[in-house]
Design a protein. Sequence first.
Length: 681
Amino acid sequence: MIIDSVSRKKNTYIPEIDGLRAFAVIAVVLNHLSKDFLPSGYLGVDIFFVISGFVITSSLIKRKYNNFKDFITGFYLRRIKRILPSLALYVVIITVLICLFNPHPSNFLAYAERALLGISNITFYRTATDYFADSTLLNPFTHTWSLGVEEQFYFIFPLIYWFTGFGKGILGRKKNLFYWMSGFFAISFLSFIFFYQINQPAAYFLMPLRFWEIAAGVLVFLLVNKKSVFSKFSEILSSEFSLLLICLIFLLPNSYAVISTPLVVLLTSLLLINIRKSQIVGEILSSRLMVSIGKISYSLYLWHWGCLVISRWIWGNSLLGGVFALLISILISILNYLTIEKFFNKFILNIKSLKFLVFGFVYFLCIIFPNQFFFFKNYKYPFFQKVFNYGNKISPWQNPYFQLSNKGSKQVECENLINLKDLYLKSDNSICTSLNLNAKARIFVIGDSHSANHVQSILYALEKKSIKNPFNSLVEFRINPLAGRKRDIWTNIREYEEKKEYESLLKFLQKNLRSDDIVIFSTERDDVIKNKDKNKKLPRETDFYLLNNLEKQLNNLKNITLENKTDLILVDAVPKPCQNSEYYLINVVKNGNFSDCKVSREASLIDRENLSKVYKKIAKSRNVKYVDFHSFLCPDNFCSLTNPNRTNTLLYVDTSPHFYFKSNKVLYKNWKEILKRYIVK
């Protein structure tokens, strides 16, 4: 998103650039409203990147500086005034609104503070976010990745501009800047093409791989009015034809991004060179409407996305709700431009002044507001729930998301039940529940978050008087055994700590397991599905590289339990009711549309077939048992979203799937029989 503007002085202001901004933001807004309108309309952001490089160079070249200190402080103070006030206001207001309508706002609030720090794009990369996945559609801070890219560019470009000599006004140094930017452009562009094939999140979110787009705008400015091969080529391709081609590219599927992105950057560059030479394009882009939209483009870019996300949390993926949200965002954008943007454009900010200190302190409060300001650790989640309850009165949930009462909970600090001194757990991945303190045996539940699907059923089964409870405690270790064992080296680096945790857990079990203990393992089927297929309809393609790694880890676990004469129970994946979609939370959980999606029993079984084969293969060992609840949870031809024990009660809270809290004891009778058979002697 372009976050600078050409000086409005009569001799430098080019209204067509504001018109081009309007063209770009309209494409982005239509794409965000519905991908069916303009599948590649998101490339409007790439147009903004090119304009940004063009405009920032134009802004710098018309100013004179005495020294580097004056240059760099002046540059950053202008960027601060332009970017931060509107962004801070947006983050604070959207933070409050998302807490009203999102039952788990903390999942998104980390992006809020990182947006204010200009690093949300790095966070999206670190979480391996797919920009085109449904999960991004419900995050009100998704679009701030582009601000992060530009802000990080601003840390590099002023240094290049000054130290090539061009910023000092030294004659002949324009070529230096051109050659340096051309070199960086080439490296960045080739890296973008390379990484898009092997690591799409890196190519999409990281500034070094987006540098070439903003650099293109810088190079275009340096080439304007110069006779070069590029300028001659621009004369062959008219502005009308360039604009038409961009419109056609917007209609391409996003799967063509590796081709369409360079094309849009090239065509935008040609438009900037010829922007005042074409009468037709000039009249369109310099029209009063387009210029007006262009002036509010930064505000509109910020607010349209937040308003769309809030509307989705209220009405789901309703087109009518989205249109209403866009109208609201246009009104807010106009107000934001007339008040915040215009005020700070005239606001005199000096780094040594009291105004700067006050501004910095207020901005600091905005940064800590989303996650720390009054959301203290001990009160954060209860506070979220209370705020969410107010939002629930405005837009009620058919299936309450929270179990607000935890009466009778026997959860205790794990250190009070087991010796954890040899166990490396950097994150809070261990949960302990006290059972029969006179007993010595323990139940260890291991796997990713889906292993928790079985915990409440096990605990409820052990509470029944009909079964003797020989267990001192139940201990959960929610650690993915495949962490740090993926194909992608960058993902493995991100998951190094979790990998270290799992390895530490195996050592802990090897040292501490007893013959009367029991180890239960379960993991999500999606862990061994090819990443490109995870959001597709079932059945999907297995990633045998990951499956083989999982088999190795399970064999390690089997050998440890065998050495300690401990029972190991492998629990196969539960039915998958729908293909992955964040809208499940709104359409099904919130609005109660149980018929919103369905998966056949056969498709669900085929989808996990290879995982099941691995479990059964390992279960041939004398101490390993294989357990499968699929037939119980999906007895019919299609897997229902409702609890088989309680009619019209939601079974799954998401598409992973995790059990809904009202159905988390659905398997207690099954576990009761298993525990009778394998545990009670």
